[in-house]
Write a protein that binds this ligand. Structure first.
Ligand SMILES: Cc1ncc(COP(=O)(O)O)c(C=O)c1O
Length: 435
C-alpha cells in the first residue's frame, strides 16, 4: 500500500457529500423514535401498525394492505399464499434486486428471466409471452427506478393464460396511472420502504392484495407470519437514528467509515440475506416477518409527507432533464413516473463515477442483472449472455439521486461536462402496438 493510497482512504476533511439515502426523514421522526425506544412498552405489536395500515390503504387507494419487515418478505408470503411449489416458474425481468429471485427460490419455484428495454429499464413486454409455459405461475411487473412499466399490457397477456400479475413497486411508490397507483393494478403489488427508497422506515415493506380471488389464502398465510423479536426491532430502530445523523451530507464523510465498523459490531442492522439462496441459511431473524410498530411511527409520518417528497423529486428530474434532455417534458410531468433516480445510459461510466465521487456518492444502482450479486448467476438460474439488453444496461447505467438532501448546484459543472462529452447514449421509447 502506498502512502498516497493510505491518505486517500482516510476521511481527510469534513465536507459535504451527497448520498443515496432516502433524505426525507425529519427531526420530528428522530425524536418520536428516540422517545418510543426509551418509554414504549411495546415497540413491536403496538397500535401504530393498525394506523399505518389504514393510512396506506387510504393514501394509495388499496382495500387490503399488509405490512412486513421488508418488501422481499411480503413477496415471499404472497408466493406462498398462491401455493407456489417446486419447479413452478415466475417470469421476472433480468434487471432486478437479487432478493427477488431469492424469494422465488425460497418458495421452491424458479425465476425465468425476460430481457428489458433500454429506454426505461423495464421488462420488454414483447418478449414475455414466449416465456410462458405450463409451469408458469405468475408474471412480474417491476417498475424500475420510479418509471412505471406497461402493467396493462402485462395484464392482457396474463389474462390470456389465467395468470396473476405481481407488481414490484419497491422503486416506484407513489407512481400513478390515472387514478390507479402502481401496485394496485395487478393482482398483487408490493413495496419497499428501506433507507434508499421513496420513503424510509429503516427497513420495511407492504403488500396490496387487489384481487379478491387471492385474499382468503393470503390472509391465512399472513396469520402464520411472525413478528421480529423486540431486541432485533430495537436494533433496526437504533440503526434508523444512527443513519439519520451519520448519513447526512454534512457527516457522510465520516459516516461512510463508521458504518462498516458499526455493522461489524452489530450496532446497526440490516437484512443481509442477499447472498443466501437457501432460506434455511437465514437464521438471525424470522423470514418472513411482520413490520414493527416503532417503525410504523416513521411510516405514518413519511406517508403524510409523500406528496411533497414526490414533488421535490419531480423538480429534481426536471432540473436534470433540462440539462440532459433524455426524456420529453410530457414524460417528466407524467404521474406514472416518480423518479426515485434520474437514470440514463452512458459510455465510460467508471470515469464519470470517479469524477463525481468527491461531491456525491452515486453508488450507481443496478450494475448487475440482480443487484446484490456480482457473479455466479447460475445460483439464481441466470445464464450470462442470456439477455443482451439487460447486460448492456448493467454496463452503461448511470443514475442520479433525487431526494431532499440533494442540492444539484454542487454538481452542476460536472453535469454540463458530462453532457458536452458526448458520452450519453440516447435510446428511443419503443412503441408497442397491440397485445
Ligand atoms: C426492484 C426491487 N424489488 C424488491 C426489492 C426488495 O425490497 P426490500 O429490500 O424491502 O426487501 C428491492 C430492494 O431494493 C428492489 O430493488
Amino acid at each position: 500500500m502506498t502512502l498516497k493510497s493510505i491518505i486517500g482512504s482516510l476521511p481527510s476533511y469534513p465536507h459535504h457529500i451527497m448520498n443515496v439515502f432516502s433524505g426525507t426523514n425529519s427531526i420530528q421522526e428522530f425524536k418520536q423514535v428516540f422517545k418510543a425506544l426509551i418509554f414504549s412498552k411495546d415497540i413491536v405489536t403496538g397500535d401504530e401498525n393498525k394506523t399505518y395500515k389504514a393510512l396506506l390503504e387510504k393514501s394509495l387507494n388499496s382495500k387490503n394492505m399488509y405490512t412486513f419487515a421488508s418488501g422481499r418478505m411480503g413477496f415471499y408470503t404472497l408466493l406462498k399464499s398462491m401455493n407456489v411449489k417446486k419447479d413452478d416458474e415466475i417470469i421476472i425481468a433480468s434487471y432486478t434486486c437479487v432478493v427477488v429471485p431469492n424469494a422465488i427460490i425460497y418458495s421452491g419455484a424458479k425465476p425465468i428471466y425476460c430481457d428489458i428495454n433500454k429506454f426505461d429499464f423495464n421488462v420488454d413486454v414483447t418478449k414475455v409471452e414466449a416465456l410462458i409455459t405450463d409451469k408458469t405461475k405468475a408474471i412480474y411487473a417491476q417498475h424500475t427506478f420510479g418509471q412505471m412499466c406497461d402493467v396493462y399490457a402485462l395484464k392482457k397477456i396474463a389474462d390470456r393464460y389465467d395468470l396473476p400479475v405481481i407488481e414490484d413497486v419497491a422503486l416506484s411508490l407513489g407512481a400513478k396511472d390515472g387514478d390507479n397507483y402502481a401496485g394496485t393494478i395487478g393482482d398483487f403489488g408490493y413495496y419497499s420502504t428501506d433507507r434508499t427508497k421513496m420513503i424510509n422506515t429503516s427497513l420495511g415493506g407492504f403488500v396490496s392484495v387487489n384481487n379478491q380471488k387471492y385474499l382468503d389464502n393470503f390472509e391465512k398465510e399472513y396469520e402464520s407470519v411472525d413478528f421480529l423479536s423486540t431486541s432485533f426491532t430495537k436494533k433496526i430502530a437504533r440503526t434508523f437514528l444512527i443513519d439519520l445523523v451519520m448519513m447526512h451530507p454534512y457527516l457522510y464523510w465520516l459516516g461512510k467509515f463508521t458504518n462498516p465498523v458499526f455493522r461489524k459490531l452489530g450496532i446497526v442492522k440490516y437484512f443481509l440475506d442477499e447472498q443466501k439462496h437457501e432460506k434455511d441459511k437465514i437464521t438471525e431473524y424470522p423470514y418472513p416477518a411482520r413490520f414493527s410498530s416503532i417503525l410504523a411511527i416513521i411510516g405514518i409520518s413519511q406517508v403524510k409527507h409523500l406528496e411533497e417528497n414526490l414533488a421535490y423529486r419531480r423538480e429534481m428530474a426536471r432540473y436534470y432533464n433540462s440539462i440532459f434532455e433524455i426524456y420529453s417534458d410530457d414524460y417528466i410531468e407524467d404521474k406514472k413516473n416518480v423518479f426515485l433516480r434520474y437514470s440514463f445510459l452512458i459510455k465510460n461510466r467508471n470515469y464519470w463515477e470517479k469524477r463525481f465521487a468527491s461531491k456525491i456518492d452515486l453508488s450507481i444502482w443496478f450494475k448487475t442483472i440482480a443487484v446484490g450479486k456480482n457473479s455466479d448467476f447460475e445460483d439464481i438460474h441466470y445464464t450470462v449472455g442470456q439477455n443482451s439488453k439487460s447486460e448492456f444496461v448493467t454496463e452503461h447505467i448511470f443514475n442520479l439521486p433525487t431526494h431532499h438532501n440533494i442540492t444539484p448546484k454542487r454538481i452542476e459543472k460536472l453535469l454540463y461536462e458530462l453532457k458536452k462529452s458526448g458520452d450519453i447514449i440516447r435510446e428511443e421509447k419503443m412503441e408497442i402496438m397491440e397485445f
